[in-house]
Design a protein around this ligand. Structure first.
Ligand code: ASP
Ligand code: MG
Length: 419
């Protein structure tokens, strides 16, 4: 069995939904578990609904826009499918009911109940279209199997429970061959029955969860780019395809900010040695990228990742005493408590420097740190990471730029540049 994942960009409109059927027509003999994200920018739109709901503003126009958009695509790709239309209407009615009640005050929990619907709607539409196009499939509620803890918006998977649920509810759907099951990315459910989400862009991770549970032969993420590249093709000319890299390398690249795959996706796949393919849904002949155990190609091409909008913070004890363990553990605690992720760190005798995303949370953290430390910062920096660097690549990226901080290991060079 193969697991396929189609992201929001691939199903953003009727043409995108039809294209999914086009892709599947090349895999008629395969058992497929297909994971689909919310259509286009639906998740962002639903986030706006959540914020408005929390503030007691009128959400009806926003919801009506989403309803109209999904209904229009459904009518186009699966004309006359009354069952699908009824399911879609039912889901929107339920949303209206929720929004008609007062917010629980638990924003993250409300968020998950509301934002998860984007995936429900998209899978109803895609499933209906596939049937219309002659691809029999079972619409499956991912929450039946993806059991999580109750950390809303950042839920953790409870693997043992998932395995039991999968064997019971999902496995049997593949008894008849070829089995074709269509389900949602991004969403899960607690043992108490509350919907949870796995974090933004979590659908790749969902695909990996299902692959792990079903012992899939492979996962394919279908994207609007023909694979993983050594730099963001939208930002740099002359980028090169990484045609074959290891899980480890892909984890490093995604950790440092390469946004092609969600960092957490790789771990479950690595555990079961399931290869991941990243391929183009517009160019089916393009070879794409393969990610698996083999690492011999990892160092062939320097890869570079640029993260703009970074804040370089330098923290010094007020009395110029040394930065020691007690200071560091206190500082780390503040970062963890405020959920500010450190992208790079470096220390000298007197100063501890970190690079973080420039967000309101980070600014609040600076104010907090200033109670005990002398804090200086530079905003608007670029954090540049180069894996398997060579001097020409480093020169190309840093020449003429002011380097505020530099760090090199054998495999990775990192620079904080003033922009
Ligand atoms: N729809 C969710 C998001 O936009 C999950 C995903 O697309 O991976 O974040
Ligand atoms: Mg997405």
């Amino acid at each position: 069995m193969k697991v396929f994942k189609f992201g929001g960009a691939s199903v953003k409109d009727a043409a995108g939904v039809r294209n999914v059927a086009g892709v599947l027509s090349h895999f008629l003999q395969d058992d497929l578990l297909i994971v689909v994200s919310a259509m286009g920018k639906t998740t962002n739109a639903l986030e706006e609904v959540v914020w408005a709901y929390g503030e007691g503003r009128d959400t009806r126009p926003m919801v009506e826009k989403l309803r109209a958009a999904h209904t229009a695509v459904l009518a186009e790709v699966a004309p006359g499918d009354e069952a699908a239309q009824a399911a879609l209407d039912g889901s929107f009615r339920e949303l209206q009911r929720t929004l008609g009640q007062r917010s629980s005050g638990r924003v993250d929990e409300d968020y998950d109940q509301i934002v998860s619907l984007g995936e429900v709607w998209s899978t109803l539409v895609v499933s209906a279209h596939l049937k219309h196009a002659g691809f029999a499939n079972t619409w499956f509620d991912a929450r039946t199997v993806v059991r999580t803890d109750g950390r809303h918006r950042a839920a953790k998977v409870e693997w043992q429970a998932c395995e039991n649920l999968s064997a019971r509810y999902l496995g049997p759907l593949f008894a008849a061959r070829p089995g074709r099951v269509l389900t949602q990315g991004f969403i899960g459910r607690t043992a108490e029955g509350r919907t949870t989400t796995l974090g933004r862009e979590g659908s790749d991770f969902s695909a990996a969860i299902f692959a792990y549970l079903l012992d899939a032969e492979s996962v394919t993420i279908w994207k609007d780019v023909p694979g993983m590249f050594n730099a963001d093709p939208k930002r740099f000319a002359d980028t090169k395809l990484l045609s074959h890299i290891s899980y480890r390398e892909a984890i490093e690249l995604s950790y440092f900010g390469a946004s092609v795959i969600h960092p957490r996706t790789l771990q479950p796949l690595q555990q079961k040695h399931i290869p991941l393919y990243v391929r183009s849904f517009v160019d089916l002949d393009a070879p794409g990228s393969t990610i698996d155990d083999r690492s011999e190609n990892d160092s062939l091409i320097p890869s570079f990742i640029v993260k703009p909008g970074q804040l370089l913070i330098s923290i010094t004890p007020r009395d110029l005493s040394f930065i020691v363990e007690e200071n560091l553990s206190g500082i780390f605690w503040l970062f963890a408590q405020r959920n500010v992720r450190i992208d790079l760190m470096q220390n000298s005798a007197l100063a501890f420097s970190v690079v973080v995303d420039d967000t309101p949370r980070a600014q609040e953290l600076i104010a907090e740190l200033r109670k005990g430390y002398e804090v200086r910062y530079n905003s608007g920096c670029d954090l540049v990471t180069v894996r398997h660097y060579d001097e020409p690549t480093l020169a190309a990226l840093t020449t003429g730029r002011e380097v505020l901080l530099e760090q090199r290991s054998r495999t990775t060079a990192r620079f904080v540049l003033r922009s």
